[in-house]
Structure formats: structure tokens, C-alpha cells
Design a protein around this ligand. Structure first.
Ligand code: GLV
Ligand code: MN
Ligand code: MN
Length: 406
């Protein structure tokens, strides 16, 4: 049995046109925006067209279920359809649309599984507008309350709850959600490992720990021409020096330590004004919990040192903090076995990116399947995966889901 490649590619292309970024194959559908709503509506239509039972929960997660021959906990798949503002066509979308494709393939073949099959898209996986990332799946598993999630304020000053209501996805299904029998997510790798190794299928063993911190540094705003360097209290300087030390720390710790300053906002952000305030974010990730903690500690100490020397003040706020996750050994083995049965080369690897699967792993046996990313590009409209790889990834998902559901 194999999935319908053209149908999968068509759906990926159609969804990517919602919030489509002109001149690229990518999209911008930040969580709970009008574009996110339009993408949600389209995927809900596809779910309904397949005759699935669709539920929407209190954080806007959408789950579509196909009944099994027995009334048991479902085997679940899925991912997210929100994107960063410079999103590609495949990040998240592949996992959701491949899940639909698996269900349509089974239905076309008249195959019923013993357990129900569910495919979901979880709200605000990206966390680019509202932190933390994986918010919908975190609420789904009970790791964050609905109230706390709704009260979250985004980068534009609006709240999750008001935006969810505005787009019509404040659903009635309660959270935490139904605990699946197992969860398997197909996703693009978003890094260079599989392509460089010439391997078709990534067997994901876990997800590295993630630490996001927002830092606000306040100093003395003043005239750029008249203020001698000796009397400056410049938060811009401290932010820049801190960004450099994040990079140096990652280099010192070595792979797989990564560190990113992705958002910096100067205020008042004018050519001839020493800034009054700088807001910046620091994203640190490592597969080892203790090393990640050490990295956080070192960055915090450096910030204090820089601030003291410059005479500025600062405050920090944790935006997201997730420990490294290891997936279920049996399902990881199953993914590998099913890929090999299809004659595909495999490589075991950890995930560098955060995923909804890392949240589902808190409540049920979970694993992931990766397909290669061309040039390792992601969170970039140029994100690309070869259609052959998309197809085989979805076929492995089909085999794994069937096996778990029977
Ligand atoms: C979210 O998906 C992330 O890994 O940043
Ligand atoms: Mn993703
Ligand atoms: Mn992403």
C-alpha cells in the first residue's frame, strides 16, 4: 500500500498559498492570525470531506478521528500548520497533511484499523508570536493550563485568548485532551544531517532541550554626538556584547550546543540616539540537560557582568524552558524497521527543533520520522524537501500507524 504522492503535494501547495510569501514557495501564518484561521479552515474542510469526526479544544487544537473496528484509544499523528513569519511549505504542514493522506489511503483501500486513527494540528507550535512554542500540545497534555495559555500576551500586545476567540477556534472540547495509545509525527528534519549523509529517513530518538529567555536592558538614553564614551550607559552595547558571548559560548561548548539571538528591539531605535532600552531574546539548546543548564548559567553571569561594567539595569523573563526528551524505544525501533522494509536508508538522530511530539511524549509512547531538508534550510521560505522524500516519509508513516493501530 502506498500514499498518493500527487494528492499530498497538491494539498501542501494549496495550503502554502494561504499567507503565501510572494516569489517564494513559503508562507506566513503566525499563530491565531487571519492567515492561520484561513489555513485552519481549509484543513478542517479536508478533514470533514474525509468523513472524519472533528473536534476543536479550548486552545484551538483540532483533532480529526477515523473510527477503528474497536472502541479503543486512538493512534494519533499530526503536527502544526502555524508558521514563523518567514515559514517554508513543509514545517509542520507535512505532518498534518501526511496524516490526512494516510487516512485517505486507508479509506480508498477499504482498510479499517483496529484502533481509531486520529490526525491533529496543534495550536501555536512555533511560538514566534506567543511564547512558549508547542503551546497547543503542551496544553493538550496538561503541561500548561488553558487559563494561563489564554492570558499569554504576544509580540503585538494581543492575548492568545482574545485572538483564539476572534478567529473562531476557541473550541468546546476540554483540555487536557484524550490520551492516545501512541503518537507518531512526520516532520522535515530542518537541518543538514540527513542530506549530508545521503540518507532517506531519519529515525528520531528524541528532542534536545530548549531554553528561551527575553532580556530587557535599560540604560541612559542620550545624544550620540555629545555624550563622551566614558559616560555612556548604553544598553545597545551590552546587548551586542551579550550576543557575541552567546556565539562564543556555543563555540566553546561545541556541537550540539547552539545559541541564537533572534530578536533585538532598540528603543527609540534612531541613528543619533543612545538607546534607552533594548529587548532581546536568547535561544539556547542542547541534548544534555546539565550542559543546557550550564549554558544558561554562563549567559546569565555574562549579562550581569556586562551590565555592571556599563552601569545599566536588566531584567530577564523565561519564554520557554523544556528539558531534553527521549522517545519510546519500541516505536523508534518500529520506525526504523518499517523504513528498512521499504528499502530505505535510515539514520538515528536527535531533533534540533522543537516538536509537538515532545509534548505528547509526556503522556503516551511517542516517536518521530524525519525526511531530509535541502541544504538544511528551514524557518526560511526557501525550505525544500524533494517530493520523493516527502512520499517515502508518508509511506513510512502509513506503515508505522497501521502497525500501531492493528
Ligand atoms: C519551534 O518549532 C522551534 O524549534 O523553534
Ligand atoms: Mn515544526
Ligand atoms: Mn518551525
Amino acid at each position: 500500500m502506498r500514499i498518493d504522492r500527487d494528492r499530498l503535494l497538491d494539498r501542501l501547495a494549496t495550503l502554502s498559498q494561504i499567507g503565501g510569501l510572494a516569489g517564494t514557495t513559503g508562507s506566513s501564518r503566525l499563530a491565531f492570525t487571519d492567515a492561520d484561521k484561513a489555513g485552519r479552515d481549509l484543513v478542517c474542510t479536508w478533514m470533514a470531506d474525509l468523513g472524519l469526526e472533528v473536534t476543536i479544544d479550548a486552545i484551538g487544537n483540532v483533532v480529526a478521528t477515523r473510527a477503528g473496528t474497536e472502541d479503543l484509544a486512538p493512534v494519533m499523528t499530526g503536527s502544526h500548520i502555524d508558521t514563523v513569519a518567514t515559514g517554508g511549505r513543509y514545517d509542520g504542514n507535512l505532518g498534518v497533511l501526511a496524516g490526512l493522506e494516510v487516512i485517505e489511503t486507508l479509506s480508498s483501500a477499504g482498510v479499517r484499523t483496529r484502533r481509531p486513527l486520529a490526525v491533529g494540528y496543534f495550536s501555536n507550535e512555533e511560538g514566534a508570536r506567543f511564547a512558549p512554542d508547542m503551546m497547543g500540545s503542551l496544553v493538550y497534555v496538561g503541561g500548561l493550563s488553558v487559563e494561563e495559555a489564554h492570558d499569554t500576551i504576544g509580540i503585538d500586545g494581543l492575548s492568545v485568548g482574545s485572538e483564539l476567540e476572534r478567529i473562531g477556534y476557541l473550541g468546546a472540547t476540554p483540555c487536557p485532551g484524550l490520551v492516545p495509545h501512541a503518537f507518531v509525527e512526520l516532520h522535515i528534519e530542518q537541518g543538514p544531517v540527513l542530506e549530508e549523509a545521503g540518507v532517506r529517513i531519519g529515525v528520531v530518538e528524541g528532542v534536545q532541550g530548549i531554553s528561551w529567555t527575553e532580556v530587557i536592558i535599560r540604560g541612559q538614553s542620550n545624544h550620540a554626538g555629545t555624550t563622551p564614551m566614558r559616560s555612556r550607559r548604553d544598553p545597545g552595547y551590552v546587548a551586542s556584547a551579550l550576543a557575541v558571548s552567546v556565539r562564543e559560548l556555543a563555540t566553546e561548548f561545541g556541537h550540539p550546543q547552539v545559541g541564537t539571538v533572534g530578536r533585538v528591539e532598540y528603543s527609540p531605535n534612531l541613528v543619533n540616539v543612545v538607546p534607552a532600552r533594548v529587548t532581546m531574546t536568547i535561544d539556547l539548546r542542547h541534548t544534555d540537560a546539565a550542559t543546557l543548564q550550564l549554558a544558561e548559567h554562563r549567559v546569565g553571569a555574562r549579562l550581569a557582568e556586562l551590565a555592571d561594567a556599563e552601569g545599566v539595569t536588566f531584567e530577564t523573563r523565561s519564554l520557554a524552558r523544556f528539558e531534553p526528551v527521549l522517545f519510546d524505544r519500541d516505536i523508534v525501533d518500529l520506525v526504523e524497521a518499517k523504513a528498512r522494509l521499504r528499502g530505505l536508508s535510515t539514520l538515528r538522530l536527535p531533533s534540533g527543533a522543537g516538536h509537538d511530539a515532545q509534548m505528547l511524549a509526556r503522556v503516551c509512547p511517542t516517536a518521530m520520522i524525519f525526511t531530509p531538508s535541502h541544504r538544511g534550510l528551514s524557518h526560511n521560505p526557501a525550505e525544500h524537501t524533494d517530493p520523493d522524500d516527502l512520499e517515502v516519509g508518508a509511506n513510512v508513516l502509513l506503515d508505522v500507524l497501521r502497525s500501531l493501530a492493528d
